[in-house]
Design a protein around this ligand. Structure first.
Ligand code: C2E
Ligand code: MG
Ligand code: MG
Length: 706
């Protein structure tokens, strides 16, 4: 159009005439272009308000007028604003704004009009004055729909806020990074957080610390993958309380598909959880004693059997049945019977260790599961503990009664491979125990009964062995390998049983440890050996080092260091002649206490040797901090040293590492010349074994010294 290019300000009449002429010229292109724009366009002169042009859209927006209907602003206003007041107001405003020339104010975003047919519209109008040409160009858009939508949105947002705030469900909104941007009242109550504490933080800050790691992990992956999320967890609440909640979150995307955030809900499921727990209690626990019932027991047993199949350990079932429960019930009544059962449950529980399961099968039948036992003596120990626990009288509300128990024992794998068989066999063994006079235990298998009996006899005998003078020492010399010179002797314990003859320590030392007899026996060994060595020294026999074995349970006794000092003092043997042989298990149990004890012994001048090295778990480097002077390589490694390259390599490594750590290596159980030669090649310092000397009596050894 020519209009913008005019150089001199033409008169209004000229302008309009020009414009009309242009359009009349049938500039079909321009007209078509203007008429097809999606916005209304009109032009009028600035001073008189003559309307020179209005496109189709403009006429349509204002209510379907014809081009000839508006010739000037007056007719326009008259036609469009039928209410004189409104007309005046709008007109004044438009003219005023134009007079100030303020571009901003000439833009109206919310001009409301009523069309000819009565419909109301909201228009966005922009007036652009072109003073040089005395023209004003108006562009008009119908924004009715947009404005209504915005208003509806604002309204729904407001309603959402009101609704959310009063919702009985906890509601939260998160930004795309998972930080809270809104949490409603209920949410804040459940989480025990204020709005300011919650906003900007991850919602996980409301989760109970114990659940936090697990929740974090699953939530993080939902967040990363922008998918919906659901979990049950606990919320921490002020005052140390917790609430179980069901937490759900859905991702929200905008129209372009980018993540706007998450919207989620939190429901309190504490009551459901409580009910579930109650149901579990009912299904799995005995309401009277609060012990697990048969179903729970079966599950635990089956789990234990599966594990034992892998580990090769034994599983034991101890079926306990009261010997006189019926009498109590009949004479004192069921209330007292219930009291007795509760007390029995308490005493039985006290006999269990972590990992054991005690359950009440029903009536006066209890069964104890030991899920992993190395052998039958552990089982016997528990059975005897139970029998001992029943010895004290029971106080049933003032009635003092005595009750005993009979115990039947079945052991996997020997006595059965499944729950029903094992339970049946334990039950049968329990009846056998009752048949033999009650208040005792019986194994299902005869074999085990025999062994248990033997043990009981052995234990009774061991208690008297010292007093009866049945203990003695055997002496096995130790040699320096290079020169085959005797440098030491190990005192080995022997028990000369009046009926069974000589019993080796492997058979009775574990029993002595279990029964606590090891402390008096251990002291007897040390005292006898030291006294003997001192008397040989006094005889003028060439002295050698004396090795005495200490067992792990001796080591856990607090008075050990004192005992050693006392014995040395009383026998008069110098500490430097004594070497105590300890095993790796000592270092495993309570490493700090072990270190202290060993240090005290070393400070006294006592030598320390690590016995049976290689059968435990320790590495040589780990031993560095202990004041150990000699390592005894276990017989298990030495015996195949000439046949098994692996064993030779292990022995070689131990020897060279020992030297590296300023320790000496002693090979145990050397039986052949080949072994001795190979050990010499490996530079082993000392040896002990049948090749050089078997354990012998004191007199034989004294002869050797001479
Ligand atoms: P240990 O301390 O490793 O003692 C060496 C064991 O190996 C002794 O068995 C000994 O007779 C045996 N032995 C030595 N040389 C050979 C050999 O060349 N070939 C074979 N096959 N065996 C050999 P013993 O006397 O039966 O002692 C067994 C274990 O009992 C000892 O192993 C030690 O751990 C423990 N023990 C012995 N006496 C005592 C003691 O007074 N107190 C404590 N707590 N344990 C002791
Ligand atoms: Mg030893
Ligand atoms: Mg040994």
């Amino acid at each position: 159009m020519e209009i913008r290019k005019a150089k001199q300000p033409p008169t209004a009449g000229d302008q309009i005439a020009e414009l009309r002429k242009e359009l009349a010229k049938g500039n079909a292109f321009t007209e078509a272009l203007l008429d097809n724009l999606p916005i209304g366009i009109a032009m009028h002169t600035r001073d008189k308000g003559d309307i020179g042009y209005a496109n189709e859209k403009f006429l349509e927006i204002y209510g379907g007028w014809n081009r000839g209907d508006f010739t000037d602003l007056d007719t326009f206003f008259k036609s469009v604003y039928r209410d004189p007041e409104e007309r005046k107001r709008v007109r004044r405003r438009i003219l005023q704004d134009m007079a100030t020339g303020d571009q901003e104010r000439m833009r109206w975003d919310d001009l409301r009009i009523t069309c000819r047919d009565g419909t109301e519209k909201i228009l966005s109008v922009q007036n652009v004055p072109l003073p040089a040409m005395n023209l004003v160009i108006s562009t008009v858009r119908d924004v009715t729909d947009q404005k209504l939508t915005e208003r509806a949105l604002r309204e729904s947002e407001r309603r959402y806020q009101v609704m959310a705030e009063s919702s009985p469900v906890g509601i939260f909104r998160l930004d795309p990074d998972g930080r809270c941007c809104h949490v409603n009242k209920r949410w804040r109550e459940m989480a025990g957080l204020t709005l300011t504490q919650a906003l900007g933080e991850s919602w996980i800050s409301a989760v109970h610390p114990e659940d936090r790691d697990a929740v974090s992990e699953t939530w993080q992956s939902a967040l990363n993958e922008r998918r919906s999320y659901k979990t049950e967890c606990r919320f921490k609440r002020p005052g140390g309380k917790t609430a179980w909640v069901l937490c759900q979150a859905e991702p929200v995307f905008d129209t372009r598909g980018s993540l706007e955030g998450f919207i989620g809900s939190v429901t309190d499921i504490s009551r459901r959880k409580r009910t579930e727990e109650e149901v579990r209690q009912l299904a799995y626990y005995d309401p009277l004693t609060k012990l697990p019932n048969r179903y729970f027991f079966q599950e635990q047993l089956e789990r234990a059997l599966a594990t034992a199949q892998r580990t090769g350990r034994h599983v034991a079932l101890l079926f306990c049945d009261l010997d006189n429960f019926k009498d109590v019930n009949d004479s004192l009544g069921h209330d007292k019977g219930d009291l007795l059962l509760k007390e029995i449950a308490r005493r039985l529980s006290a006999c269990t260790r972590r990992g054991d399961t005690l359950c009440r099968l029903g009536g006066d039948e209890f069964v104890l599961l030991l899920p992993s036992v190395p052998g039958d003596h552990e089982v016997v120990a528990v059975a005897r503990k139970i029998l001992a626990a029943m010895k004290r009288p029971f106080d049933l509300d003032g009635n003092e009664i005595y009750s005993t128990t009979s115990i039947g024992i079945a052991v996997f794998p020997d006595d059965g491979g499944d729950f029903h068989t094992l339970l049946k066999h334990a039950d049968m063994a329990m009846y056998a125990a009752k048949g033999r006079g009650r208040n005792r235990y019986r194994f299902f298998s005869e074999d085990m009964n025999k062994r248990a009996l033997e043990r009981v006899g052995l234990e009774a005998g061991l208690r008297q062995a010292i007093d009866r003078g049945e203990l003695s020492l055997a002496w096995q010399p130790q040699y320096q390998l290079q020169e085959r010179r005797m440098v030491g002797v190990e005192a080995l314990l022997r028990w000369n049983h009046p009926e069974l003859g000589e019993i080796r320590p492997a058979k009775f030392v574990p029993l002595a440890e279990e029964t606590g007899l090891i402390h008096s026996i251990g002291e007897w060994v040390l005292r006898t050996a030291c006294a003997q060595m001192r008397s040989w020294q006094d005889e003028g026999l060439s002295p050698v080092r004396l090795a005495v074995n200490l067992s792990a349970s001796q080591f856990s006794e607090p008075g050990l260091v004192e005992m050693v000092r006392r014995v040395l003092r009383e026998t008069g043997l110098d500490a430097s002649w004594l070497e105590l042989e300890i095993t790796e298990s000592i270092l495993m149990h309570d490493a700090d206490v072990a270190l202290k004890t060993l240090q005290s012994l070393a400070e006294d001048g006592v030598n320390l040797a690590l016995d049976d090295f290689g059968t435990g778990f320790s590495s040589l480097l780990y031993l560095k901090k202990y004041p150990i002077g000699r390592i005894k390589i276990a017989r298990e490694f030495v015996q195949d040293i000439t046949r098994e390259p692996n064993d030779a390599a292990i022995a070689g490594t131990v020897i060279s590492m020992a030297r590296h750590l300023s320790m000496q290596a002693v090979a145990e159980g050397v039986e052949t010349e080949e072994q001795a030669l190979l050990l010499r090649e490996l530079d082993c310092h000392e040896v002990q074994g049948f090749l050089f000397a078997r354990p012998m009596t004191g007199n034989e050894f004294a002869d050797k010294l001479r």
